[in-house]
Design a protein around this ligand. Structure first.
Ligand code: RFL
Ligand code: PHB
Length: 395
């Protein structure tokens, strides 16, 4: 057994783990990240595309925002499409000047990886059988196997940033954890293509054939999604079938303007709402998807993960520099307050935009009436805009 030590052991090198490591480094706190996959695998996952200002600010504080500022696309509105027409929600005006930034999660992760490597900070990739230990006592550690050798990494704290399927939450005794879940009866089929986006803003479409979303990664690369049955296989969706379905769910002008091309990536993601409470167990903290999942409709998942590690890095900085555990003790409660607000928004927006098995004629007309109200009422538009651009880290 090889033994080593650090102040904070971080499990998982997704955006939550990497951003936490970078924020801790800025506060002079040492960390080691233990990740079960390879860097290539981590970078191969195409996920989020929309960053809230709070997330951009945290990336800036971490020193990882240079490329984001150069290449990210500021968005001041979104379009809602229903009944064959598009309606713009002017987020910028409705929120007193706020906006979101379109910049892929892959790029955020790459920037954080490059920063970490340049600073010479330790990341163990391809770690097998990762296990958090002793977090209910004073001397926690993370054990793992690397190239056939057993390692024990001693630490003051463990940050479980290992996503929904990770080991951190599973290591907590079941009796100490309460979970809340809603599984949606459909998935999102996503396609990435080297084609110019159909519109310069995102289009969220409610259609009787099902939901569709037009997003982008840059002015030359598009990301599109259509709602699909959960048991659909990605192999059974040809590119032509995808483009046909997307076009059918857009207004005539967007359908006409849509530029199609070969898909670079195609995948199906299930939709889920999930929260585990609390988010701290002794010296183990959960952050990001390890603690909560939102359906992607509100574009909140990555942003919530960033918010968690923003609060956690501050709490740990307080612990080390001010000898105060106030931040650590209130971490779970403060995170969960904003998590549940984002859960509510993501659930509401998902319910409004998708076709459910029991939507029927009544449900469809109710959705249509709410959308009509949403785009014509300043109060309703403002509520959507305020949530979409993101609530402040603490309010
Ligand atoms: P991640 O990204 O899942 O990273 C967890 C890391 O932990 C590793 N790991 C382990 N390491 C060691 N030992 C173990 N036992 C381990 N088990 C797992 C994994 O290999 C991985 O590297 O979690 P993190 O960092 O909390 O980040 C969360 C975000 O990835 C997620 O919330 C977003 O992608 C959600 N999401 C979106 N969020 C947004 O804010 N805006 C969006 O526009 C948005 N769009 C999306 C999305 C998610 C989607 N999918 C596919 C779920 C669109 C989609 C389609
Ligand atoms: C994306 O670009 O992948 C994306 C954008 C907005 C969402 C979800 C996903 O709500």
């Amino acid at each position: 057994m090889k033994s080593s030590s650090t102040q904070v052991a971080i499990i998982g090198a997704g955006p939550a783990g990497l951003l936490l490591g970078a924020l801790l480094a800025k506060a002079g706190i040492e960390s080691v990240i233990v990740e079960q996959r390879s860097p290539e695998y981590v970078l191969g996952r195409i996920r989020a595309g929309v960053l809230e200002q709070v997330t951009v600010d945290l990336l800036e504080a971490a020193g990882a925002a240079a490329r984001l500022h150069a290449e990210g696309l500021p968005h001041e509105g979104v379009e809602l499409c229903f009944g064959g027409a598009r309606h713009r929600i002017d987020m910028h005006r409705l929120t007193g000047g706020k906006r979101v930034t379109v910049y892929g999660q892959t790029e955020v992760t790459r920037d954080l990886m490059v920063l970490r490597a340049a600073a010479g900070l330790a990341t163990v990739y391809d770690a097998a059988d990762v296990r958090p230990h002793g977090f209910d006592g004073a001397r926690p550690s993370v054990r793992f196997r690397k190239d056939g050798t057993e390692h024990e990494l001693h630490c003051d704290f463990i940050a479980g940033c290992d996503g929904y399927h990770g080991i951190s939450r599973q290591s907590v005794p079941e009796s100490a954890l309460e979970t809340f879940e809603r599984v949606y009866p459909f998935g999102w089929l996503g396609v990435l293509s080297e084609t110019p986006p159909v519109s310069h803003e995102l289009i969220y479409s409610n259609h009787e054939r099902g939901f569709a979303l037009c997003s982008m990664r840059s002015t030359t690369r598009s990301r599109y999604y259509v709602q699909c049955p959960l048991d659909d296989k990605v192999e059974s969706w040809s590119d032509d079938a995808f483009w046909g379905e997307l076009r059918a769910r857009l207004d005539p002008a967007a359908a006409e303007a849509l530029v199609t091309g070969p898909s670079i990536e195609k995948s199906i993601a299930p939709l889920r709402s999930f929260v585990a409470e609390p988010m701290r167990f002794g010296r183990l903290f959960l952050a990001g998807d390890a603690a909560h999942i939102v359906p992607p409709t509100g574009a909140k998942g990555l942003n919530l993960a960033a918010g968690d590690v923003g609060l956690l890095s501050r709490a740990l900085a307080e612990h080390y520099s001010e000898k105060s555990d106030a931040g650590i003790d209130s971490y779970s409660e403060r995170c969960l307050r904003r998590v549940w607000r984002a859960e509510r928004f993501s659930w509401w927006f998902t319910s409004l935009m998708h076709k459910f098995p029991d939507t029927g004629g009544f449900g469809q007309r109710i959705q249509r009436a709410e959308l009509d109200y949403l785009v014509h009422s300043e109060a309703a538009s403002t509520a959507l805009a305020e949530n979409y651009v993101g609530l402040p880290l603490e309010s």
